[in-house]
Design a protein around this ligand. Structure first.
Ligand SMILES: [Zn+2]
Length: 387
């Protein structure tokens, strides 16, 4: 307790894990594959990541954020072929739109924005480290990492894992690998892209010690984390749907390459957004675009729609939910104008802070802010970004 009886704040806790920070907190979040417009599922992940940064900063922690761009990816190349544009141009257009949407939502820009295209050298270094340590093998110019253990580490049976690996284009049927759950850190050969440079120049690849090829997705993120922050991070964020294979394999690759574990002290795997029980995704053609929502609703309402719940939970989007959310934002603004005694206000602010630091409990912080009003409501509006 300090002199006015306000409880001292503890460190941020996520799913029961206390995360004290000495110096700066290093946060990495898996970014977009830049070939599409931003939908509510993406926005939810980046809003939660933004909230954890705001909460950390509100308790005086310096946070360094890296959010990558996956601009070397077969889905990206396929979209570029479909629209008949060079893939880097598709990426540039999409990144511009994404940045504009994030700014409209009040998501602070990351300190680091590594791209897969600029990280090819680091993927090669990762492949060399894995080969040297005996955790990878070379076959016909492709470097495969032995990652079958990643599934067991997240509690998946081999059958479940193979199904998910196929869903995420890890190609478990590839006969070149020893185990269907091994992944390609480096893939031999080029990918077909839209041809702009004339005949014979329609495949993209990079030189490597194993011949021309391109990096694999999970290895890209592992390499970008290691290059940006060293061998571990304090918090790794991303959508819950990336838990396997992406996050599990990325973790194993990094730990096997560096010998340092855990790769991430904690994870913020944000619950997916569904529509009628199905995950919002491009392939299901059920996207709700953030730019469309922002034509009808305030950024504060979109933020509270995504953040006014437990971050782990999957949830169903329904436009009708905005009625309640917008009413709550109005009540919060009204409550912010109330006054009270200084001591009571300080206690109420501390209670809001404590709720936010305790697993980012926005519903509890919101209830406290509405109940106490005044400084507590203003604190919530400030930290959650609802102004
Ligand atoms: Zn990633």
């Amino acid at each position: 307790m300090d002199s006015v009886g306000v409880p001292a704040r503890g460190p941020l806790r996520l799913t029961g894990i206390a995360l004290p920070v000495v110096g700066r907190a290093r946060l990495y979040v898996c970014g977009i594959t830049p070939y599409d417009v931003t939908h509510l599922g993406h926005a939810s992940t980046y809003l939660w990541t933004d909230l954890v940064v705001r909460v950390w900063r509100s308790i005086g922690v310096t946070v360094e954020v890296a959010r990558n761009i996956t601009d070397v990816d077969d889905a990206m190349f396929a979209e570029a072929r479909r629209v008949g544009m060079p893939y880097d141009q598709v990426a540039a257009i999409s990144r511009f739109a994404f940045d504009r949407t994030m700014a409209a939502l009040g998501v602070r820009p990351p300190d680091h924005e590594p791209t897969a295209r600029a990280s090819v050298t680091h993927v090669i270094e990762l492949g060399q480290a894995l080969l040297a340590a005996g955790h990878a093998y070379l076959r016909d110019g492709t470097v495969y990492a032995r990652t079958a253990d990643a599934a067991a580490r997240v509690g998946l049976s081999p059958d479940e894992a193979v199904k998910l690996a196929a869903e995420f284009n890890d190609d478990p049927d590839d006969p070149g690998r020893d185990d269907p759950l091994d992944v390609a850190v480096w893939r031999a050969g080029g990918a077909d892209v839209h041809g702009t440079a004339g005949p014979g120049q329609t495949r993209v690849s990079w030189p490597s010690p194993w011949g021309p090829g391109r990096p694999g997705w999970h290895a890209e993120c592992a390499a970008m984390v290691l290059n940006t922050f060293g061998s571990s991070v304090d918090l790794h964020a991303g959508g819950e749907d990336l838990c396997f294979p992406h996050h599990a394999v990325e973790t194993l690759l990094a730990e096997q390459a560096t010998g340092v574990a855990p790769f991430a002290r904690a994870w913020l795997q944000v619950g997916v957004v569904r529509v009628g029980g199905l995950r919002m995704s491009k392939s299901l053609r059920n996207l709700t675009l953030v730019d469309d929502l922002l034509e009808r609703h305030s950024p504060a309402a979109v933020r509270l729609l995504c953040l006014g719940r437990r971050w782990q939970d999957a949830w169903d989007y329904d436009e009708a939910a905005f009625d309640q959310v917008e009413a709550t934002v109005d009540q919060l603004y009204t409550a912010a104008g109330r006054t009270g005694s200084t001591a009571d206000q300080a206690l109420a602010v501390a209670a809001v802070d404590a709720a936010l630091s305790d697993d980012l409990d926005v519903p509890r912080a919101l209830a406290l802010a509405l109940d106490s009003g005044g400084a507590a409501a203003r604190r919530l509006i400030d930290v959650v970004g609802l102004a």
